[in-house]
Design a binder for this molecule. Structure first.
Ligand code: ZN
Length: 663
């Protein structure tokens, strides 16, 4: 530390108030720094101006009331509601489902009305009473039968379509979209020809890992790419991984660097200054080697303190400042590059240590906890980034996923991506999504498990389709008109159709998908359906779904479900829709949830539009021939399938034969 730096440092400590008040001053700092630092371009730090900036920021922070930064995701009302709903024991909601099935099997009249969800709700009864129509006895009967007078389709106030994106994450926070991705960071220590301790890795083992990464079709990324992704949600390559090497061992230059060049893999090396003095037992990288490596675009150098204290939390503010700030300054000066990343020695930090890393001007800090390994997006914030130990490589790469592709305008689609499965748990609800490919419906000749409907069709995944008659176990009668690629157009029952007015009519063409309110007068013929094609593209598939769960990027309100039967009940729910990236996504909840909370969840998961398909006992999603639910769903006659983009469609009678199992 030069005399000038010591002076500035003293001033900084004065602002922090030293002693007991420093923790408060520092913890209140994060929030205010958001406004002062967030606007800066991430590459603006070529000169180490961190001291002055930290002081200015801390000055401002002193005027800001203390805030906690530990809880980065505040509990929302909807989160609480979801949590509550998911704790309902399954048997309490199973019973009505079973009795409904029994009632449906024995009484086709009830089955039709209930499966299409036309039982009137209390809310709507009130509205009808105000209008004095229909009279009470009529209404009760209607309710019982499920054939109530349909309310006229509500006039559609079409909102200006726009790309819907979660807001940008505040400084230091992780973007909502990035939280959905799974980016593993692998951590290595020394690489030696002959192992001495458990964490030693041989060059052969490193190369074996590099080969595994290649085999898996993974793309190693730089910390800059990771940071951009975590801050903005911008997608990474399909299966990303970040390689990180700690402590600056000689083996990093001798073995790892040549391997990086051979494979073209980027990596981050975390350096502590004392190591470079070469006085440690193990070999260390030299300044010269480090300079050579740091000039290579594949290599990023991160700061790892001056002396590598075993636990930064035990240091005084004075000591922390030296370890965290001085190391950045010296590395920048000696290597002539900005040092943007920090790695906590032994992964140990607390709120105070984190504030010092922020004050020093770092953009992201890596942690490590053997007992709490995780993907980058699972970290609480950018200064607590989780990693996996290199021995966890198989676990780490198994779920690696770079996130959804970039959002598209709402009238554009991306039907050319590969079909992939993702699993999420949000607010206690477990959900499985299968996204990508191009959607088509299959209308089977009877009722089957979804995997049997998809078998031999070339579809990679799918979900059970629309509501159907439970009249008999081998009926393939759907509720409402349906057009499928394999069976052609089948009109809906004229008596039932009016009750479906206003429900989402799903229309599929080779270019995209559209959900419009069903109009019984217009949509019960093939010609009527084809008239809805805005550009004359042939509509290959159509059916009437249960309700909108998400519309134009917004979750549906309870009111929008009108009289849909059991919309507020907790069930396993199945759905399909289009995400912000214009990809089709089918899904099912493995935990029971009501429609309103499901809509909120799907909005968070990046859906542009989503509609409910047959749920409860029928809810089923299949991926690569495997059912994705733990129960055996009720057999169904209709499925929405996701095909690879290059799938050659087989139409006509052959397709029907191929799409159903042999009896
Ligand atoms: Zn270390």
């Amino acid at each position: 530390m030069t005399a000038a730096h010591r002076k500035i440092f003293l001033v900084l400590l004065l602002f922090l108030g030293l002693g007991g008040t420093s923790a408060i001053a520092v913890s209140s700092f994060l929030k205010s720094s958001a406004s002062t630092v967030a606007g800066q371009p991430s590459t603006s730090q070529s000169k180490p101006d961190f001291m002055t900036k930290a002081i200015v920021d801390i000055k401002k922070a002193c005027k800001t009331p203390p805030t906690t930064v530990a809880n980065t995701a505040p509990e929302t009302a909807e989160g609480t509601a979801t949590l509550t709903s998911s704790t309902v024991p399954p048997q309490t909601v199973e019973t009505p489902t079973k009795s409904l099935v029994e009632a449906q099997e024995s009484n086709p009249c009830i089955s039709l009305s209930e499966s299409i969800g036309l039982t009137q709700t209390v809310a709507e009864e009130k509205v009808s009473e105000e209008k004095n129509e229909p009279s009470l006895p009529e209404k009760s009967l209607a309710t019982l039968m499920g054939f109530i007078k349909p309310s006229p389709p509500t006039p559609q106030v079409e909102e200006e379509p726009k790309i819907t994106l979660p807001p940008a994450a505040p400084f230091g926070q992780i973007h909502e979209q990035a939280k959905l991705a799974s980016v593993p960071i692998l951590m290595y220590h020394d690489i030696v020809a002959k192992k001495e301790v458990f964490f030693d890795v041989t060059p052969e083992e490193v190369e074996a890992h590099f080969k595994r990464i290649k085999e898996e079709g993974m793309t190693p990324i730089s910390p800059d790419a990771l940071l951009a992704h975590l801050r903005t949600g911008v997608p990474l390559p399909n299966k990303p991984v970040l390689l990180s090497f700690d402590d600056g061992y000689g083996g990093h230059y001798q073995y790892v660097y040549p391997l990086l060049k051979k494979y073209g893999y980027p990596a981050v090396f975390s350096i502590y200054l004392k190591k470079l003095e070469g006085k440690t037992k193990r070999t260390s990288v030299t300044w010269e080697q480090l300079k050579e490596m740091s000039a290579d675009p594949l290599v990023t150098i991160a700061s790892h303190t001056v002396t590598h204290p075993k636990d930064l939390r035990l240091l005084t503010d004075d000591e922390l400042g030296k370890e965290i700030i001085e190391t950045k300054h010296i590395l920048e000066e000696k290597l002539g590059i900005p040092i943007r990343y920090f790695t906590y020695p032994e992964g140990k930090f607390d709120a105070r240590v984190k504030q010092w890393a922020i004050a020093a001007g770092y953009h992201m800090a890596f942690s490590m906890n053997d007992l709490n390994e995780g993907y980058a997006g699972e970290s609480p914030d950018l200064f607590s980034i989780k990693r996996f130990g290199q021995s966890s490589i198989e676990k780490a790469i198994a779920k690696a996923w770079g996130g959804y592709p970039a959002p598209l305008p709402p009238d554009q689609f991306n039907l050319t991506t590969s079909v992939e499965k993702q699993e999420f748990t949000l607010d206690g609800t477990e959900i499985v999504l299968v996204s990508g490919g191009k959607p088509r419906t299959i209308h089977a000749d009877s009722r089957y498990q979804v995997q049997d409907i998809l078998k031999d069709t070339g579809a990679i995944g799918g979900v059970d389709g629309t509501f159907f008659s439970l009249k008999s176990l081998n009926s393939n009668i759907l509720i409402g008109p349906a057009l499928s690629s394999n069976r052609g157009f089948v009109p809906g029952n004229k008596g039932e159709n009016p009750k479906l007015a206003g429900r989402p009519l799903a229309l599929i063409t080779a270019k995209g998908v559209k959900y419009i309110p069903f109009n019984p007068e217009k949509h019960n013929t093939l010609e009527g359906i084809q008239k809805e094609s805005s550009d004359g593209t042939w509509i290959s598939d159509a059916f009437v779904g249960g309700a909108w769960l998400v519309k134009n990027g917004k979750a549906s309100t309870p009111e929008s479900f009108n009289d849909l039967y059991g919309f507020d009940a907790n069930r396993n729910r199945a759905f399909w829709g289009i995400n912000r990236a214009g990809q089709p996504v089918v899904g099912v909840t493995r935990t029971m949830i009501d429609s309103v909370n499901l809509g909120k969840m799907l909005q968070k998961l990046g859906y542009r539009d989503a509609i409910m398909v047959d749920s409860g006992a029928s809810a089923a999603v299949v991926y690569k021939g495997e059912s994705q639910v733990s129960y055996t769903p009720r057999p169904v006659p209709h499925a929405i399938a996701l095909y690879p983009a290059d799938h050659q469609e087989v139409s006509g009678p052959n397709f029907v034969q191929a799409s159903v199992p042999k009896k």
